[in-house]
Design a protein around this ligand. Structure first.
Ligand code: HEM
Ligand SMILES: *[C@@H]1O[C@H](CO)[C@@H](O)[C@H](O)[C@H]1NC(C)=O
Length: 335
């Protein structure tokens, strides 16, 4: 009786194990059939082992002459991914570059062109411009952080480059500086990102600059009540009403070129520079909770970790893979 029970038990176990294996292969089959190829960290391990060192060196060189450049390079990857996925479309001359959020605003195209040229010399027609943007974004964040702080993440590769780009899509899909939290969440949801990703990735506004043309709407005719009064005066003197709208201001008035969690401390005292920044702390619930969570000095590692997680998610927005698209030879034009 006891033996019979044990035997039955082992049959049940081995049966369920077989089903488990069956399910595994079924799952594998449906993955390859319906879901695009996965991006992987070792995609260029054999075909371009020098890639990571080339990009790190080039980003470092560019930052020496322009401390703002890491911020500009991070933003390029964001604007690439939000419009038709991370496909290098933002780098094609004209098109998306003419959209409202990009024109006279995006920068770093020359740096990307130099990086691409160096990569092409080492590994011709191998590494996509979309992947170069993803790696450049990571290296920019690491470079702009304080020594001994480590906001890095593992970049995944295998994206291919689009043949086209769309100004209309860029105008429709990039978030606006005067969006409220519901609008920001909705905009991010369209590319599979969460309300948490909104707060985490907005932390990118811990470095870089913004034009007076964007800030004027928060200052004139009336000052946004969410703005700290002293900070509003500072912005008003930098951006006088009717003055030069091309003047730029720091997004983070405290540590303007450093990638850190100062952004969240700024938000808590009305020193978020964009309305879309300030409104995060002004909206009770998850948004305000996350700002409170990331703001303390001791929470910087937590912010760095979450930023990496959200950046990998963003970098996975509908990439072209396999035989889709192409590997551009020059990032600003299709082959
Ligand atoms: C949440 C919605 C977002 C809005 C509404 C927004 C809007 C803006 C605006 C209006 C500027 C200033 C542009 C100019 O005046 O030329 C800016 C700059 C910047 N944004 Fe965002 N952004 C958002 C999210 C992000 C994300 C997700 C990232 C990256 C992960 C990012 C990274 C940056 C950086 C680094 C800059 C400074 C760029 C430079 O100095 O060249 N932003 N953003
Ligand atoms: C948002 O800002 C307004 C205007 O200053 C204020 O009255 C309101 O209490 C704030 N709400 C939150 C949740 O911080």
């Amino acid at each position: 009786m006891v033996w019979a029970t044990i035997t039955n038990f082992s049959i049940v176990v081995s049966l369920s194990f077989s089903f488990l294996i069956l399910y595994f292969f079924l799952a594998l089959g449906s993955t390859t059939t319906y879901v695009q190829q996965q991006l992987t960290p070792d995609f260029y391990a054999a075909s371009c082992p020098q890639l990571e060192s080339i990009v790190a060196e080039q980003v470092y060189q560019a930052s020496l002459t322009d401390p703002r450049m890491p911020a500009s390079l991070l933003r390029l990857h964001f604007h690439d991914c939000f419009v038709n996925g991370c496909d290098g479309s933002v780098l094609l001359s004209g098109n998306e570059q003419l959209a409202a959020a990009n024109l006279n605003s995006l920068r770093g195209f020359d740096v990307i062109a130099n990086i691409k040229a160096a990569v092409e010399e080492a590994c011709p027609s191998t590494v996509s411009c979309a992947d170069i943007l993803a790696l450049t974004a990571r290296d920019s964040v690491v470079l702009a952080s304080r020594p001994s702080y480590n906001p890095g993440w593992t970049v995944v590769f295998g994206r291919r480059d689009s043949l086209t780009a769309s100004e209309a899509a860029a105008n429709a899909d990039l978030p606006g500086a005067f969006y409220n939290v519901a609008q920001l969440n909705d905009n991010f949801a369209k590319v599979g990102l969460s309300p948490k990703d909104v707060v985490v990735l907005s932390g990118a506004h811990t470095f870089g600059r913004v034009h007076c043309s964007v800030l004027d709407g928060s200052l004139y005719p009336t000052v946004d009540p969410l703005l700290n009064t002293a900070y509003a005066s500072q912005l008003e003197s930098s951006c006088p009403n009717g003055g030069d709208t091309a003047t730029v201001n720091n997004l983070d008035p405290v540590t303007p070129n450093t990638f850190d969690n100062q952004y969240y401390r700024n938000l808590k005292v009305g020193k978020g520079t964009l309305y879309s920044d300030r409104i995060l702390f002004n909206t009770t619930g998850e948004s305000q909770d996350l700002v409170n969570q990331f703001a303390p000095y001791f929470a910087s590692d937590q912010f760095f970790y979450e930023f990496g997680v959200s950046m990998v998610k963003m970098g996975n927005i509908s990439p072209l893979t396999g035989s889709e698209g192409e590997i551009r030879k020059i990032c600003s034009q299709p082959n």
